[in-house]
Design a protein around this ligand. Structure first.
Ligand SMILES: Cc1cc2nc3c(=O)[nH]c(=O)nc-3n(C[C@H](O)[C@H](O)[C@H](O)COP(=O)(O)OP(=O)(O)OC[C@H]3O[C@@H](n4cnc5c(N)ncnc54)[C@H](O)[C@@H]3O)c2cc1C
Length: 456
């Protein structure tokens, strides 16, 4: 009986799972293994929202494997150590794992390679499991990665993706002991409105998204920035944990066709774009991709107000409170709050990125750090010094103020778009509101930023 280990990481699914399919082709039995990695906690990447969502994902994966005659083996500890133990206990001759792009994933892979070679066990790293196209699959002439999105997108679109794969019918698993499975309810500090995780939920959400004519993919080109309408897919945590395959989502969206699908697929290409940058420049997780000689401010009171949604700028406060409540935020709201922190307040993007990673259920090094860099103008934005005007953006993306009223109850009595600029009310009206004055006037903040970047 030949045995292979399938080491799950950011690919917690059975459908379109190239690493699992390869393991099943190679061996008679496989050990579907997930290691609750102590190193992730030490690296500070272990946020309660993601831990709770992960617990859902592991339960769903276990259930899916049981339907196919197998089960998930969970171990806790150091990944290499646990994998080596499983190899010794099961007599496995090879390990299959998805290729990652973060410095952490690359180090894990290197350590696995060392540990496995001592046991004479093969390591198969599968690219293109986490993204629709593997990083490095499309490159510009003479370069190792694209630094600008539009030319990347044109090449990405013209490149044939791999064939997607069906879920296996059966997964034979040998007898092997596991550690207890984590439970969502045992995790403290979770956002009360956190979404459900797991492959079954992911596939249900994808089906609904593809079929819904008014809130789904068909309307995405028109409703993408409709903050109160909440008409984006909310698939990001599923793509982050790999309960959905990006390649499958792209394929099914393309099959749907139309301007909504085109706009949606373009966003998925942004995800691949960020991953190919991080793969080529792992230090972009913490170092400026393009240095601007910034001397950031760091007023702790302002930073705390931003985190708690008390800046006095209603659209920013609404978004920050949504993040606290759900562990998720709309893309337009992420852009607005990031621009506000890094440009209007002129605070280092790393401060904001860290806070997002502490809360976001889809918190992802490639997407989070590179979007923060984009918003701060140290990344790939071709207009790096633009400063978003939160009130103007709010009037466009929340024209009646419903999004603000939903998240900032102190302003609920203000009707219509007046909710976006409470500082324009007369003094008596303002005094009645239990809501702070703005930390900074937008024009002043902008002028300060432009002076700092030597633009004005
Ligand atoms: C400051 C900032 C931080 C961010 N941090 C993260 C993060 O940690 N993890 C994360 O997955 N996304 C992040 N994003 C990107 C984006 O905001 C989210 O992916 C999106 O809001 C998720 O909601 P959705 O699934 O409904 O997106 P949809 O609008 O339905 O888009 C579909 C998918 O496309 C991808 N996508 C959409 N927009 C982007 C984008 N700008 N960059 C990369 N991929 C994108 C996501 O995988 C998303 O699920 C960040 C954006 C900003 C501006």
């Amino acid at each position: 009986m030949s045995v292979a280990v399938m080491l799950f990481t950011s690919d917690l699914r059975l459908h379109d799972q190239p690493a699992l399919s390869a393991a099943l082709r190679e061996a008679d039995e496989i050990v579907p293994l997930f290691v609750l990695d102590r190193g992730i906690r030490k690296a500070g990447f272990d946020a309660p929202n993601r831990r709770a969502f992960l617990a859902d994902c592991l339960h769903a994966l276990d259930a899916g494997l049981r339907e196919r005659g197998g089960r998930l083996v969970v171990r806790t500890g150091d990944v290499t150590e646990q994998v080596c133990r499983v190899i010794t206990e099961s007599g496995a001759r090879s390990v299959h794992v998805a290729g990652g792009v973060s410095a952490y994933a690359l180090r894990r892979e290197e350590r696995l390679r060392e540990g496995l070679s001592a046991l004479r066990c093969a390591l198969h790293v599968h690219d293109g499991v986490v993204t629709a196209l593997p990083p490095g699959r499309v490159t510009p002439d003479g370069g190792d990665h694209f630094a600008v999105f539009t030319p990347y997108f044109h090449t990405w679109q013209d490149t044939a993706p791999r064939e997607t794969l069906p879920a296996p019918r059966a997964v034979p698993v040998p007898e092997l002991a596991g550690h207890p499975m984590p439970r969502r309810t045992a995790v403290g500090g979770v956002s009360p409105g956190l979404a459900l995780g797991g492959e079954t939920e992911a596939r249900r959400r994808l089906r609904t998204w593809l079929a819904d004519e008014s809130h789904g993919i068909a309307a995405y080109d028109r409703r993408q920035n409709d903050l109160p309408g909440d008409a984006t897919s909310r698939l990001s945590p599923h793509l982050h944990f790999g309960t959905l395959s990006a390649a499958e989502v792209v394929q099914r969206a393309r099959a749907k066709g139309g301007p909504g699908a085109d706009a949606f697929v373009r966003q998925l290409a942004w995800r691949d774009f960020n991953h190919q940058i991080l793969a080529a420049r792992p230090d972009a997780s913490h170092a400026d991709y393009r240095g601007r000689d910034d001397h950031w401010r760091g007023d702790e009171k302002e930073i705390a107000a931003w985190k708690e949604g008390r800046t006095g700028c209603p659209i920013v406060d609404a978004a920050m409170r949504q993040l606290l409540h759900e562990g998720w935020m709309h893309n337009r709201a992420r852009l607005l709050t990031a621009s506000y922190l890094t440009k209007t307040l002129y605070v280092d993007w790393r401060v904001g990125a860290r806070h997002f990673l502490e809360l976001l259920v889809d918190g992802d090094i490639a997407n989070n750090q590179l979007n923060w860099q984009w918003a701060a103008g140290t990344g790939t934005d071709t207009r790096p010094h633009r400063v978003l005007n939160p009130s103007a953006q709010a009037k466009r993306c929340d024209p009646n103020g419903d999004y603000v009223r939903r998240w900032v109850p102190e302003l609920a009595e203000l009707a219509g778009p007046a909710v976006h600029e409470p500082w324009k009310l007369d003094v008596l009206q303002r005094d009645r509101l239990d809501y702070p004055d703005p930390l900074v006037d937008h024009a002043e903040g902008r002028a300060r930023f432009e002076r700092a970047r030597s633009l004005g």
